[in-house]
Ligand binder design. Structure first.
Ligand code: GAP
Length: 506
């Protein structure tokens, strides 16, 4: 356990040491804001944390659920030919042999003999590239990237070690260059299934949700009378024994994926791949981030089963990093499961009168990385100072449809019947979405609290409300207020937070 707890703190310091002061401050503020307001907590914090494992708090879970709903609606609700499933985390062990994970789901690792810490060799080199870039040594950075890609492409582990030595890469903990050889390290977690150790089977915690879809391909196709092209989508937990804890919820040991496997006729897969690339980027942009913060990054090294692969990357404070992968996986997975299970996994295509193993285009997004994207995109420390008066606020500019709390109802004072009137409004609105009630502190302080958790609308009930049944509606981003009829609130806010606003943009 010692390794886990200490590693948590050390890595936070290490990650921060790689960033420039400005981005470093921004990212530190994102992490502390997420904790302070109940979005993300380190797991097992009272025991000093568990490295690369996090818990979502009361507002984090709401945001996460909304992000899942956005993906699910965009995939399943908007597509007649896509359906969802929820497969188990435990699966037959042979599945991971067939998929190639038992033999090939490895990372190149290197240990520092002085600190006894283990690192991913490629990530140590990537960090060096980032440092060269920060220092303006662009040529050096580019050459190192070329060398890294070549070594990874060739699975050349000794070359990775020599690159580390040539560039004087030191252990962030011990500061020494006393490295072991680079070795492959399997990322799957295993455990025993069965009551007794004897006769118990080794099972794995799934490292991706995709295989649960492949092994259910025929079940869904037959029971749902699906015709190719069609897709099966799934949201669920995945587990990887990542050796390095990095960048908050960016690289976790337990995380969530939202994956689509889209089954197509062989020969049409690259057309579908291009289409899904476009569709997925549009989905990201609809949330409201700047298009300049997103880019495609083609895979230099294709997995043996893929004939095309690209990442959608987002510009995090620590650089462009993968949020989603789009992969043309050929017929590899279904063919392997056919071979290992001895069961046919074929489709009869009535249009061409042929049986075949379908080809697959996959879109795979990490929910936690998406969460971090949305958080980084939305977080602002706004200077509101005017001449002679210092003022500021922390605000989360979430898209109203995704915001954890849609509206806050605030009686101006705690007396004279204002709380009753406010609660009456709250009770109506809470039938449709999450609404907060707050009567403590000055109205200004209460607005700031709601800004900090990204609530798009504040409804203030004042003395005029008792006379003419109107309230003020305050908009989070502009901070403008308008007077509206209380009876109209359900309609007004309902329209502003409707899923339609996001889904029609797709
Ligand atoms: N089925 C394909 C697959 O799993 P991947 O590129 O290994 O592909 C897909 O993972 C997505 O899952 C990534 O784009 C990333 O968003 C997310 N992901 C992968 N490893 C992760 C980790 N350790 N922590 C958080 N998210 C992770």
């Amino acid at each position: 356990m010692e390794g886990f707890t200490v590693a948590y703190h050390r890595h936070f310091i290490y990650v921060c040491s790689l960033m420039s002061k400005q981005t470093d401050d921004f990212f530190k503020n994102v992490i502390s804001h997420a904790k302070e307001y109940g979005f993300v907590f380190p797991s097992s914090e009272i025991y000093d944390g568990l490295s690369a494992v996090y818990d979502y708090g009361q507002l984090g879970v709401e945001l996460k659920n909304n992000l899942k709903a956005y993906w699910w609606k965009a995939m399943i609700q908007l597509h007649e030919n896509i359906v969802g499933i929820d497969a188990s985390i435990f699966m037959h062990p042979s599945i991971w042999k067939a998929s190639g994970h038992v033999d090939g789901f490895n990372d190149p690792m290197i240990d520092n003999k002085d600190s006894k810490k283990r690192y991913r060799a490629d990530q140590l080199i990537e960090d060096k590239i980032a440092r060269y870039e920060t220092d303006g040594k662009t040529d050096k950075a580019q050459q190192l990237q070329v060398d890294l890609d070549a070594a990874l492409n060739a699975d050349d582990l000794p070359r990775l070690k020599s690159i580390i030595e040539e560039h004087n890469i030191v252990c962030p903990i011990s500061g020494t260059r006393n490295w072991t050889e680079v070795r492959q390290f399997n990322l799957m977690f295993s455990t025993q299934m069965g009551a007794s150790a004897e006769g118990a089977d080794t099972v794995y915690l799934r490292p991706e949700t995709a295989q649960g879809i492949f092994v259910n391909f025929l079940n869904v196709q037959k029971s749902g009378r699906m015709k190719i092209p069609f897709g099966i989508a799934q949201i669920g937990k995945a587990f990887r024994n990542e050796v390095i804890a990095r960048q908050f919820i960016m690289r976790m040991r337990e995380f969530e994926q939202m994956e689509l496997q889209f089954f197509v006729r062989p020969g049409t897969e690259l057309e579908w791949y291009e289409k899904w690339k476009e569709v997925r980027l549009k989905w990201h942009l609809a949330i409201g981030g700047s298009p300049t913060k997103y880019r495609y990054h083609d895979h230099v090294k294709l997995a043996h089963y893929a004939n095309a692969a690209v990442d959608i990357e987002y510009q995090f404070p620590f650089g462009f990093k993968e949020v989603e992968g789009i992969h043309s996986r050929t017929d590899f997975d279904l063919s392997q499961h056919q071979k290992y299970s001895g069961k046919k996994l074929q489709y009869f295509d009535p249009e061409i009168n042929q049986n075949y193993v379908p080809y697959v285009v996959e879109t795979s997004i990490g929910l936690d990385r998406l969460f971090l994207t949305v958080f980084c995109n939305s977080f602002e420390e706004q200077d509101l100072s005017t001449e002679g008066k210092q003022d500021s606020r922390s605000v989360l500019h979430f898209h109203p449809t995704l915001a954890p709390v849609k509206a806050a109802v605030l009686p101006l004072t705690k007396k004279d019947g204002l709380p009753d009137k406010a609660r009456e409004i709250l009770n109506r609105l809470k039938m449709d979405y999450n609404v907060h009630y707050d009567e403590k502190d000055s109205i200004g302080k209460r607005y700031r609290r709601q800004d900090a958790i990204g609530t798009p609308f504040c409804i203030t009930v004042d003395y005029q409300s008792l006379e003419d049944d109107t309230v003020t509606l305050r908009h989070r981003d502009s901070m403008e207020q308008e007077r509206v009829a209380a009876s109209e609130l359900e309609k007004i806010i309902g329209e502003l937070v409707s899923w339609k606003n996001l889904l029609t943009a797709l």
